[in-house]
Ligand binder design. Sequence first.
Ligand code: NAD
Ligand code: LMR
Length: 338
Amino acid sequence: LPPNFQEGGDVHLKRVDCRAKGGAPGFKVAILGAAGGIGQPLALLMKMNPLVSVLHLYDVVNAPGVTADVSHMDTGAVVRGFLGQPQLESALTGMDLVIIPAGVPRKPGMTRDDLFKINAGIVRTLCEGIAKCCPNAVVNLISNPVNSTVAVAAEVFKKAGTYDPKRLLGVTTLDVVRANTFVAEVLGLDPREVDVPVVGGHAGVTILPLLSQVKPPSSFSPGEVDYLTDRIQNGGTEVVEAKAGAGSATLSMAYAAAKFADACLRGLKGEAGVVECAFVASEVTELPFFATKVRLGRAGAEEVYQLGPLNEYERMGLEKAKKELAESIQKGIDFIRG
Ligand code: NAD
Ligand code: LMR
């Protein structure tokens, strides 16, 4: 047994392989970077998800403590902890879904791209493990800069011969969560009633909210459009500055990651009509990766939706977004191809 999986001494513990509600087998989920600011609340939320039967928590530090803590929750998922590189393969073997929030976060004054040097290396190592131990798992990549790390992961999988573009998803859900919240404040609605598509990527001008496609259908003054676009594009920086050196968004991100992972699991289970925005391999633009709405199914991102009609403001935003995205994606590709 892996460490942190408590033995009962003389007492024989009978841990059941839990079944998700409705009798279907549950899914096996790993969180890589589980002891971090995102990883800990995300572990808590995934332990509460009735679709999860086994939860593996991997980190290079503090995994035993987080595992012991989360494992005491009386929900169905069996929790196991894994500490350090020698246990990476055990953490990954047999997983259906791997969520990656491993890596360093921003401090005030930094861009997400400033994290590339460290985080691209971390993502490479973790994805090499995935290619070897669970090549069919769906991967939810959170580590920044997402606009580059998704390309890093894709190149690692291509090199290993395991790349399935449908199963690699960059997580942009926090942009949608923020957009729903900020738009709801302007419209005076409950955020749960609001749906804002956010396309492009996950950094500054590459985050492109499509306010002309908000549901319920709404119109905004030019001042409101400027305010909302700026607030959504800089939501991450708003949190980084408020935390004043203590990191970036962790709690709202764990919520967003859990929401997106749940959508992926519902898709894997065969639920119809599961649609979320994500940064995926795409033919929607000339770029190899782009965030749009995707339909999640048994194979991962089974359908990538087109952008739909854009207004002039959004068309201009799209051009700016594509320019920056092209460079960020290429940086990720070059990191592996050399
Ligand atoms: P954190 O520093 O609190 O936690 C990161 C964790 O990763 C730490 O526990 C660390 O030990 C672990 N780690 C480092 N190297 C590792 C490795 N090789 N293998 C496994 N684990 C490793 O940071 P955080 O606030 O949790 O943020 C994590 C990442 O998520 C950052 O890159 C951040 O920019 C990004 N992020 C992305 C989004 C998004 O919307 N996609 C939102 C918020 C944060
Ligand atoms: C976010 O959007 O909150 C994350 O990408 C973290 C960051 O650096 O802003």
